[in-house]
Design a binder for this molecule. Structure first.
Ligand code: IVH
Length: 670
């Protein structure tokens, strides 16, 4: 074979395997084999530079840094979208569309895409070969980011078609997946470099690099959703057909999309995506509705800079700017010190937020959040609001870096930080520190623990401050008189509390174990402990060897349980609680030896469509299986989700059966 033929064969093979890996997610060769081919091509191109073509995958590693980005004129302007937030905005959009088409009575057919939170990009293909990429810029002129875009592995350098259009401008969004964003920030932390506030900023920062070698190290992705100039081919009839055409040519499109009828169809999709949003691998800030038929789109045209045929239906913003009024520390039930930012009230994620967690001292210092700073706050779903980043450009003069107090603001005991922990703790313990006492009591009474209805934070504050209650056992010594004497407590409510206390005495062993607030023993470990020991005395007497037999219990958890029960105070507390009448039904020890995964080892990889990693692990373990971190010949099954990487490849190589989430669930319910 001539060198030219060899180079072509290698190029085509690498482009195909790259596509199979990065776009289809079904690699057929190992990473090592891919690297081997890549090296061969690199060598060949070094010996014969004339063989290096513009669609060569070797160019994906980035080239020499540019002095600056040059400007690119867009053939067809890249315009923006009008936004809607409320259902009414969508109904009004649909009405305008129907009226604009003089067809008020028909249900329109709409194509729906996700509104990706990234950067809009135009990719130009000339005769099927990737030729240029430009940012949106002001819509008319953007920046030439060709070399950076070339490093995005899922973007084809040559279209998979024998009849490419003479010219095609593909429009879409460059974004960073959440998992890649987490990895990037971890790397930034390891390097002591500044972290990115969110995946969008990370994508923007990665794309606007004059040195494309840096971009090449950042995992960026692309989803196509539009078209600019098209020459030498016929435009498909609908938006949906356009996406299918793209897909057939190897251009990545997002699988989450739909074609629906009428406004009700739009709203139904919006709701379904809102539910799925947190599970998606990438961030979106809404959905985009477009008339499906291009001829109808054209009839409606544009007003000023936005199309009449499309609208973005946005989710309530999850991030907002506000200012830090103060930074205080909170003391948790284990003494953990959490710095909390008091904020100027800001509406974000659908509620008004006045406090946001700063997690721990290290985080505050790394993010360098100071009193007076302008910050980005995030509140997503039911997650506690957090400060993502500060905007140092807007920092007032003479501001001071945050330092953790040396003493607990509640009990004055020293605050210490163990070497291997990020978290500082108050050393006062239960006895000295009222904050820890209150936290422990609140945990004991909480819904997933003994579920004492009405025993909220304010009531516990009073009971502790008035020294009526010190330990959980004191709850059950409360009488009507003591309760009725408290502020804002009518006899009726006092009686309700007593009734709730009485009801709480009928509980379950897992709840009781969880309620004790042993460090590292959460709800699911409490369940596992209850299943294994079936008896409180047995748990209290357990040694390390026995504890390590329990699902999910490692040396750290075992140690924590043993030291909890080594304290006579805690043993006495358990006895007092039982003596006051707390009881639970006997637990039958379960025999997992006949369960579906008994004796089997499973490995999880990638993002599963609906189960979290923890949920999938629990499911497997409750059926007798073990979950391991790496694939070997001994692995019984690999459960693979989206973005499964080398573990999936290894499973295929070793002939380990691969399960989808669906298959896993089916086996579990069989
Ligand atoms: S269509 C004529 N579809 O939204 C306008 N845009 O406000 C065509 N965006 O800068 C835009 N996801 O970055 C469209 N599925 C999607 C989108 C999307 C995100 C962004 C895009 C653009 C902005 C327009």
């Amino acid at each position: 074979m001539s060198s030219a033929d060899a180079a072509r064969v290698l190029r085509d093979a690498l482009n195909l395997h790259g596509y199979r890996y990065h776009t289809l997610d079904t690699p057929t060769i190992s990473d090592a084999e891919y690297d081997q081919l890549f090296l061969q091509l690199q060598k060949l191109e070094e010996q014969h530079p004339e063989l290096k073509t513009s669609d060569s995958p070797t160019l994906r590693v980035g080239g020499a840094p540019l002095p600056e980005f040059s400007q690119v004129q867009h053939g067809v302007p890249m315009l923006s979208l009008n936004n809607g937030f409320a259902d009414d905005d969508v109904l009004a959009f649909d009405r305008r569309v129907r009226e604009g088409l003089d067809d008020a009575s028909s249900e329109m057919e709409y194509a729906i895409d996700l509104k990706f939170d990234g950067l809009a990009i135009n990719l130009r293909y000339i005769n099927g070969v990737f030729a240029q990429a430009a940012t949106r810029g002001d819509g008319y002129t953007g920046e030439d980011v060709t070399e950076n875009i070339r490093t995005i592995r899922s973007i084809p350098l040559r279209l998979h078609t024998d009849h490419p259009p003479a010219m095609l401008d593909v429009r879409g969004e460059v974004l960073m997946f959440k998992s890649d964003f987490e990895k990037l920030n971890q790397r930034q932390r390891d390097l002591g470099a500044k972290e990115f506030a969110n995946p969008r900023n990370a994508a923007a920062g990665s794309l606007r690099q004059l040195d494309s070698k840096i971009t090449a190290q950042r995992s960026l992705r692309f989803f196509a959703y539009g078209i600019g100039t098209l020459e030498g081919a016929t435009l498909p009839a609908t938006h949906r057909d356009l996406l299918s055409w793209y897909q057939s040519m190897g251009i990545p499109t997002c699988e989450e999309n739909a074609v629906v009828l009428g406004a009700q169809g739009l709203l139904a999709f919006y709701r379904s995506i809102q539910e799925k949003r947190a599970q998606l691998a990438y961030e979106i800030d809404g959905v985009v509705y477009k008339l499906n038929r291009f001829d109808l789109q054209e009839r409606l045209g544009f007003v000023s800079r936005a199309p009449r045929f499309a609208i973005a239906h946005k989710f309530p913003a999850e991030e907002a700017f506000t200012t830090v009024l103060d930074i205080e520390v909170q003391v948790g039930r284990t003494g953990a010190i959490t710095p909390v930012a008091r904020l100027a009230p800001v509406f974000v994620g659908g509620v008004t937020v006045t406090n946001a967690t700063l997690h721990n001292e290290e985080e505050v210092q790394r993010k360098d959040v100071r009193v007076g700073d302008t910050v980005i706050v995030r509140r997503a779903g039911d997650v506690i609001p957090e400060v993502l980043a500060s905007v140092p450009e807007k920092r007032p003069e003479h501001s001071q870096a945050f330092v953790l107090p040396a003493q607990c603001p509640i009990c004055g005991s020293p605050i210490v930080k163990l070497e291997d922990e990020a978290i500082a703790r108050c050393t006062g313990g239960w006895i000295k520190c009222a904050a820890q006492r209150k936290g422990g009591l609140f945990h004991f009474a909480s819904r997933k623990a003994l579920n004492i209805d009405g025993m909220g934070e304010q009531l516990i504050d009073q009971l502790v401050d008035k020294n009526v209650v010190t330990t959980a056992a004191d709850f059950y010594k409360l009488g009507l008189m003591a309760l009725a004497e408290l502020d804002r407590m009518a006899e009726k409510s006092a009686q309700n509390i007593l009734d709730a206390l009485e009801t709480s005495k009928s509980t379950s062993l897992p709840r009781f174990i969880y309620a004790l607030g042993i460090r590292h023993v959460g709800e699911s470990t409490a369940k596992d402990l209850a299943l294994y020991f079936a008896d409180m005395e047995a748990l209290m007497a357990a040694n390390e060897e026995q504890l390590l037999q329990v699902n999910d219990v490692g040396p750290v958890v075992a140690q924590s349980i043993m030291s909890f029960f080594a304290d006579p105070f805690n043993v006495e507390l358990v006895h007092q609680l039982i003596a006051s009448g707390i009881h639970w039904p006997a637990i039958e020890k379960v025999d997992l030896s006949a369960a579906v995964f008994a004796g089997k080892t499973l490995v999880l990889t990638g993002t599963l469509p609906s189960l979290s990693r923890e949920q999938a692990s629990a499911l497997i373990e409750r059926r007798g299986g073990k979950v391991a971190g790496s694939v070997s010949k001994k692995t019984s099954y690999v459960v693979a989700g989206e973005d499964a990487g080398s573990k999936l490849v290894k499973a295929t190589e070793l002939g380990v059966p691969v399960l989808t989430e669906e298959a896993l669930l089916a086996m579990c319910s069989a």
